[in-house]
Design a protein around this ligand. Structure first.
Ligand SMILES: Nc1ncnc2c1ncn2[C@@H]1O[C@H](COP(=O)(O)OP(=O)(O)OP(=O)(O)O)[C@@H](O)[C@H]1O
Ligand SMILES: [Mg+2]
Length: 237
């Protein structure tokens, strides 16, 4: 069980607007959320509800118009681009609906990639092998993504998301491109990852079965998150 106040992700009344012709879309509307270390939290919502915007803002790929986001208690609005890039490379692992493996690299090289981009101190080749074994694909290390099934590609993507030992995994609709059976295997693997590596997982999805996996589940619709709450004491203010 996480220590009290051991927050890895905190959103405090975060809003994000996009222009849409003469109007504007409220992609996030006063979203507050706290996720503690090692927790598995899911966010369910319909298409256009704000799920990807939420993850992009947490990763510093997009910037909120209002509110503040803290990662490991550091306010990301105070970070410059270099610090945000370093944060992503060291602290965050991503899992996407379409796997986003690089087609010209072998599975081993795909899993290695975050280590090449990130802090040199974290480079550990044993870890690549160990994670390919963990994903059940060590025998395919020299294969290319096009030679794999969707479920296998997503297992490689999970290994890639873990290799630099991030504190957070952000998963955007990780079963959206898989059949039911493979989707269930991926969800089981993610739950196992949370237990085995104590990695905080934030999963967004429109699939109730995937969302049910979270220890806590929120709903986001028209940018409004249900059951989130503002920070009682905001350390940046
Ligand atoms: N770059 C952008 N420019 C303008 N509008 C955007 C942009 N990105 C997102 N939006 C709008 O913000 C809203 C939330 O989009 P978002 O991609 O977060 O939804 P989502 O919940 O991830 O949907 P899906 O399940 O289809 O992936 C939508 O109305 C979308 O059209
Ligand atoms: Mg999306």
């Amino acid at each position: 069980m996480a220590e009290e106040n051991d927050f890895v992700i905190q959103l405090d009344r975060v809003s994000k607007f996009y222009p849409a012709g003469k109007a504007r879309v409220k992609a996030l509307d006063g979203v507050s959320l706290e996720v503690t270390r090692g927790e598995f939290v899911s966010v369910i919502g319909p298409s256009g509800g704000g799920k990807t915007t939420l993850l992009n803002c947490i990763a510093g790929l997009d910037h909120p118009d209002e509110g503040e986001i803290f990662l490991n208690r550091r306010p990301i609005s105070k970070m410059d681009d270099a610090q945000l890039t370093a944060l992503r490379r060291c602290e965050i692992g991503f899992i996407f609906q379409f796997f986003n493996l690089l087609p010209t690299l072998t599975l081993w090289e795909n899993v290695e990639l975050p280590l090449l981009l990130g802090a040199a101190g974290k480079r550990n080749e044993d870890n690549i092998q160990r994670l390919l074994e963990y994903a059940g694909l060590d025998h395919r290390a020299q294969s290319f993504p096009a030679e794999l099934s969707g479920g296998e590609m997503q297992r490689v993507a999970i290994a890639r998301a873990l290799v630099h030992e991030p504190s957070i995994i952000l998963a955007d609709e990780p079963t959206g491109n898989l059949d039911t059976e493979n989707g269930e295997k991926i969800l089981a693997l993610l739950a196992q990852v949370c237990k085995d590596f104590k990695t905080t997982i934030l999963l967004v999805t429109h699939n109730p079965q995937a969302a049910a996996l979270g220890q806590r589940c929120f709903e986001i619709r028209d940018g409004v998150m249900r059951n989130g709450r503002p920070l009682s004491a905001n350390p940046a203010r």
